[in-house]
Ligand binder design. Structure first.
Ligand code: NAD
Ligand code: UDP
Length: 318
């Protein structure tokens, strides 16, 4: 049986990852300080004897009594860019900078000590407001080192630097995954990312708050598809040093997402162009996923309306 650490395992993506790894018969150690995660995401997992939850901050030392670790998936980090949310990386700026830098260093040292595979959950945000489209892994980005999103973007970039260094010079079997916009059940309703706001507003019959003119684009990946890619990349024997985009390639404007969700929920909501586009909000974003296709034969296969329907059902059930 493998022993696998998932940091941020009580969060949205992390909880799905823990559940899938448990299905494979692994022993999962979820390390999470519940900063933005939720106990309810892991309540069912806690009933499984092969699941261990350690409530701890990965930027600080914590007790871990194991004699082996096979892999570490380092997902811990706030992830919402919405400045209206109290759990956004703006509200949690210091925590965000520390977990992606100091926390990444701690987890890389742990990986080195146990000769464990290491996966760093990076982000499409490291491309900033991209000047090339779609974004390939070789693109170096258009990022502000001091702008409002820099607390997240630059911390992730330094997390990548640490991961690449430990892979190159410290013999750690490390890889970087750049996650593009992902959605699904277990997202927090107060997180205020686009898809959550739009679904909750549509269900309540409230105006859908589109920022800017709504022509900025995103490609949304359903969480099950993303998790399948994370597991393939994280546990693969031959991917040391790889850097891989994971995300959907079906691209829509934000205004189109608002329209799709209104239709899907049979809502009476109107679209309201409520505020200016936030500073440094990427105008176009879509991954080039040919590397993931070549390396692990991965591409997302959940149709958008199907993934959205499951997400709507989740929020209705809360
Ligand atoms: P999330 O906020 O739901 O999950 C993050 C988890 O990390 C939470 O459970 C939180 O409590 C935990 N955490 C934060 N700081 C911690 C610390 N110091 N010690 C221990 N635990 C800590 O976010 P998510 O959407 O599930 O994102 C997971 C990862 O994927 C993040 O690293 C994020 O940057 C990355 N990512 C997500 C997306 C997306 O669309 N969801 C896109 C790109 C990258
Ligand atoms: N957005 C919006 N209304 C909202 C929330 C977000 O128009 O209520 C926009 C946001 O400005 C961005 C896009 O939707 O252009 C996606 O935002 P999200 O918060 O999901 O994350 P991002 O892709 O910016 O990291």
């Amino acid at each position: 049986m493998r022993t696998i650490i998932v940091t941020g395992g009580a969060g949205f993506i992390g909880s799905h990852l823990c559940a899938k790894l448990l299905e494979k018969g692994d022993h999962i150690i979820c390390v999470d300080n519940l900063l933005t995660g939720q106990n309810q995401n892991i309540a069912a997992l806690k009933k499984n004897q092969q699941f261990t939850f350690i409530e701890a901050d990965v930027t600080k030392p914590f007790d871990l009594s194991v004699d082996k670790i096979d892999a570490i998936f380092h997902l811990a980090s706030p992830a919402s860019p919405n400045h209206h949310s109290k759990i956004s990386y703006h509200a949690l700026a210091m925590e965000t900078m520390m977990v992606n830098t100091v926390g990444t260093l701690q987890m890389l040292r742990l990986a080195k000590k146990f000769a464990a595979k290491f996966l760093f959950a990076s982000t499409s945000e490291i491309y900033g407001d991209p000047l090339v489209h779609p974004q390939q892994e070789d693109y170096q980005g258009n990022v502000s080192s001091t702008g409002p999103r820099s607390v997240y973007d630059e911390a992730k970039r330094f997390g990548e630097t640490l991961t690449a260094y430990f892979g190159r010079d410290q013999e750690v079997d490390a890889r970087i995954v750049r996650i593009f916009n992902t959605y699904g059940p277990n997202m927090r309703s107060d997180d205020k990312r686009m898809i959550i706001n739009f679904i909750l507003q549509a269900l309540a019959g409230e105006p859908i708050t589109v920022y800017g003119d709504g022509n900025q684009t995103r490609s949304l990946c359903y969480v099950d598809d993303l998790v399948a890619g994370l597991i393939s990349l994280g546990l693969n024997e031959e991917l040391k040093g790889s850097i891989v985009n994971l995300g959907a390639i079906e691209e829509h404007s934000v205004k189109e997402y608002a329209e799709i969700i209104i239709k899907l929920t049979n809502s009476n909501s109107n679209i309201e162009f409520s505020e200016e586009l936030p500073k440094d909000d990427p105008v176009r974003r879509k991954p080039d996923i040919s590397r993931a296709k070549n390396l692990i034969d991965w591409s997302p296969n959940t149709p958008l309306t199907q993934g959205l329907q499951k997400t709507v059902e989740y929020f209705k059930s809360l």
